[in-house]
Design a protein around this ligand. Structure first.
Ligand SMILES: Cc1cc2nc3c(=O)[nH]c(=O)nc-3n(C[C@H](O)[C@H](O)[C@H](O)COP(=O)(O)OP(=O)(O)OC[C@H]3O[C@@H](n4cnc5c(N)ncnc54)[C@H](O)[C@@H]3O)c2cc1C
Length: 351
């Protein structure tokens, strides 16, 4: 069977692309390597309590993204979170605090957005694509189709493939094409302009009775290790356990990304304790997470998604947070919407 469109990556870009294609009468299949959708729009449950350990709140201003955010809003969602900020540091997407942006923290976690987008789509979880190849559709045909090989050896064939991945993962997958494809070669230098930085994070949960800080997010200007400390439990209704998420700065994260996690996790806790008090140093539970490809350095995004029309009629589309001028989670969403318009030859949507 040859699929119409296969999308690699079930993050916000891949899901918005799949929804828009479905709305235009196409039949996309989404392949996601993880056991759940959302990618960096990630929520983990710690003893049943949601914790956002990637993106920490939804924010945006385009009507399309605001509509998606509104649909993901649940009972107990906190508008304009974080409302109480500490420190003079710069958040990773400073526009989030511009009065034009709307901010929202769903009570179930930011991943509620991904779950909402995925509803009704053909999403295949635990499906990691290892290689891409282009070959004839049949022995007689001159047209060509894509073959995607998954971990474990299963294969899917498709006329159009869209990669909705962090740019380094995109480049790795495109590097498996042998021989290289003439129509794709000019895109590679453009992709290499997009600079993706890592972020080491620690979820830290504290014993019952620990007094909660008054701030909801802290962006210290003076720390070289800690970029932000998010008071995650301030987003949760009821009586949640005090939980912080500590995010490392890009430079710190780059230096430690391949070192043992116990070392950098303690370094982040120590630094956060210096900033906010000794109690921060000793959580009763800690969970480090290494985001090797966390976010795109502001200003290195391309303006829009890319499309290559290969010989024999096969089409490649590229979307993701590096392929829309808006950047971040809203840029990821809008890149999927824009790529759907390109692939179906319809009008580009109004941003
Ligand atoms: C710590 C942190 C803080 C952030 N803070 C903010 C913020 O404040 N504001 C903001 O706007 N943005 C922020 N971001 C960035 C934001 O989360 C991303 O821009 C956005 O979620 C990217 O979506 P995406 O769909 O482009 O990529 P991703 O979410 O990375 O989705 C790609 C998907 O592809 C899957 N995948 C990868 N390789 C394969 C493969 N070979 N086969 C199949 N599937 C594969 C992955 O599992 C993933 O689900 C933050 C990110 C992190 C990590």
């Amino acid at each position: 069977m040859v699929h119409d469109v296969v999308i690699v990556g079930g993050g916000i870009a891949g899901l918005s692309l799949a929804r828009e294609l479905t709305a235009r009468g196409r039949a996309p299949v989404v392949l996601e390597r993880a056991n759940g959708v959302g990618g960096r729009c990630a929520t983990r449950r710690v003893d049943g309590q949601p914790v956002d350990h990637g993106l920490s709140f939804l924010h945006g201003r385009s009507p399309a993204f605001l509509a998606a955010m509104a649909a993901a809003r649940d009972q107990g969602a906190v508008s304009r979170w974080p409302r109480h900020r500490d420190g003079e540091g710069v958040p990773c997407q400073p526009q989030a605090f511009d009065p034009l942006d709307t901010r929202l923290a769903p009570a179930a976690g930011v991943n509620a957005l991904a779950k909402h987008l995925a509803a009704g789509l053909d999403v295949r979880l635990g499906a990691r694509v290892e290689t891409l190849a282009l070959g004839p559709a049949s022995h007689l045909a001159s047209d060509r189709v894509w073959t995607l090989t998954l971990t474990g050896g299963d294969q899917l064939r498709a006329r159009t493939v869209a990669l909705a991945l962090p740019v380094p993962s995109m480049l790795t997958l495109l590097g498996t094409l042998s021989p290289p494809e003439a129509a794709i070669a000019p895109l590679l230098p453009l992709l290499r302009l997009i600079h993706v930085v890592p972020c080491l994070t620690v979820i830290a949960r504290y014993p019952e009775g620990t007094p909660a800080p008054s701030w909801e997010a802290s962006y210290p200007a003076q720390s070289t290790a800690v970029h932000a400390v998010l008071h995650d439990s301030s987003k949760r209704p009821g009586t949640p356990r005090l939980t912080l998420v500590i995010q490392g700065r890009p430079g710190f994260s780059q230096r430690h990304v391949d070192t043992p996690e116990a070392e950098w996790a303690q370094a982040l806790l120590d630094e956060a304790a210096t900033l906010h008090g000794d109690w921060v140093r000793t959580p009763d539970l800690r969970q480090p997470h290494r985001w090797r490809y966390a976010r795109v350095a502001i200003g290195t995004e391309l303006a829009s998604p890319l499309v290559a029309h290969c010989e024999g009629g096969a089409v490649l589309g590229l979307a993701g947070d590096g392929l829309h001028a808006t950047g971040g989670v809203e840029g990821a969403y809008l890149s999927g919407v824009a790529l759907a318009a390109r692939l179906t030859g319809s009008e580009p949507p109004r941003a």
